[in-house]
Structures are given as C-alpha cells and as structure tokens.
Design a protein around this ligand. Structure first.
Ligand code: FPP
Length: 231
C-alpha cells in the first residue's frame, strides 16, 4: 500500500450542474462549492496531506458571462476574508498559482493579506489555481528561463521557473462531476500522477469521498516507468 498522498490536486467540477439539478441559479452552485472547499481543505489537513491544490478559476473561465466571473471573484474574496483566521488557526499556509496580474485588485489584496497572515503556517499548504492555465505557465517559465540566461533547458533547469517551484508534483489528481479530462491543469506536474474520477458533483464531494479517492490511490502500483520487479 502507498502511504497517504503527500500532494492532492483537485479539479472541482460540477457546481453549475449541481445548481441546475436543485433548480437554483449557477452562482448558488459556486456558493455550495465554496462550502466543499472549506470542508475538504480541513479534511485533507486532518488526514495529514501536505499539499492540496484546487483548480478554482482557469484562464479559459474569463470567457464565462461577466456576471458569473464577478460572482466567483466575489465569493473568493468572501471566503478569504471570512476563513483567513481559521486557516491560521489550523496551520494552513495559503498560496496561489496562475496569472496573478490579471486578477481584480480587490482579489489581489485578499490573496496578499491571506498569504501574509498564513506565511508561517506549517501543517498543510493550500494552493489555489486562479487565472491558471498550464500551457501559459510552461510558456511563461520558458520565457523567464531564457531571459535569465538558461542555456541548457531540461526538466530540472526549467522547474525553478514554474509557478509550482518548491511544490512536489501531485501524487493524486481528483476530478469531480464525471468529466474525463484534465482541462489545461498542471500539465507539466502530472506526468506521473495517479488519476481518480468520480461522478459526484463538487458541492456534494465529502470527506467520505475524499477517503475513497485516497484508498484507491493507496492500492495503486506506482512504477514511474520501471517494471514491478524493479520496485
Ligand atoms: C466548476 O463548475 C467550478 C468552477 C469553474 C469554479 C470552482 C470554484 C469554486 C468552487 C470556488 C473556489 C473558491 C476557493 C476559495 C478556492 P462548473 O461551473 O464548470 O460546473 P458545470 O460544469 O456543472 O457547469
């Protein structure tokens, strides 16, 4: 059995469908989604996960209706302001990946305040992907590496320029809502990540479901390109 995953990444999908199935506006699905964010963050922390990366807003999500984008940004700020102290109390260090410059000032401020408040937290790292796209991240990293004088581009020399510098690659990637794709999330970092897909919509994703995903992961044989006999 594998030990508990050190790093879990989650594509939190299905908020819109949850809302539709309950006869509610889409934004109510996102509001329920935030409750799941809080519950799963605390559950992962209690289970001893060291890194939890949540895909909250992709680069492509900027193309959603303006009202929905505004509402999502508002919910994010609300979450950070209301839960900042809880993150500190539980030892959760908050960071982000993605194109920070593109975010509205009010969101940047809430993020900066939360990063500062949780800077010394040591129990778990909560990494929220915002305005994030993996292809753009890789291009930014390459551009930065070239500008910094890197001559010999290798996985090792490029890694320090990725948004995820210092963060180990995810052991387990979970996607909710039955969609079987990775949607431009952490393409570089998931080279040897184990995938877990569930039909459950994100607002309904619970501790029991998280434990089920972890159990599935623990039973996998991770060979990293080697043979079973070599392990
Ligand atoms: C996917 O559901 C979900 C999103 C695009 C947003 C997820 C964001 C949150 C849950 C809030 C994040 C906040 C924090 C604090 C991390 P969808 O709208 O694509 O659902 P659908 O596919 O059913 O329409």
């Amino acid at each position: 059995m594998n030990p508990i995953p050190k790093h879990i990444a989650i594509i939190m999908d299905g908020n819109g469908r949850w809302a539709v199935s309950h006869g509610r506006p889409r934004i109510e699905g996102h509001r329920k989604g935030i409750e799941a964010v809080e519950n799963i963050t605390m559950a992962a922390n209690d289970l001893g996960v060291s890194y939890l990366t949540l895909y909250a807003f992709s680069e492509e999500n900027w193309d959603r209706p303006l009202e929905e984008v505004k509402a999502l940004m508002g919910l994010l700020v609300e979450f950070l302001e209301l839960k900042r102290q809880k993150l500190v109390d539980k030892g959760v260090k908050f960071t982000t990946i993605g194109d920070f410059d593109r975010l509205p000032d009010v969101v940047k401020k809430a993020i900066d305040d939360t990063k500062k408040a949780t800077a010394n937290c040591k129990k778990m790292n909560l990494i929220v992907a915002l305005s994030y796209g993996a292809r753009a991240e890789i291009c930014r990293a390459l551009q930065h590496a070239i500008e910094s004088g890197v001559k010999n581009v290798t996985p090792e020399t490029l890694a320090p320029y990725l948004d995820t510098v210092g963060i180990p690659d995810p052991d387990l990637l979970i996607r909710t809502s039955g969609e079987l794709r990775v949607s431009n999330f952490l393409l570089w970092q998931i080279a040897y990540t184990e995938f877990y897909f569930t039909e459950t919509l994100w607002p309904d994703f619970s501790l029991a479901q998280l434990e089920q995903a972890i159990e599935s992961y623990r039973q996998r044989e991770r060979r990293f390109g080697k043979t079973s006999e070599q392990l």
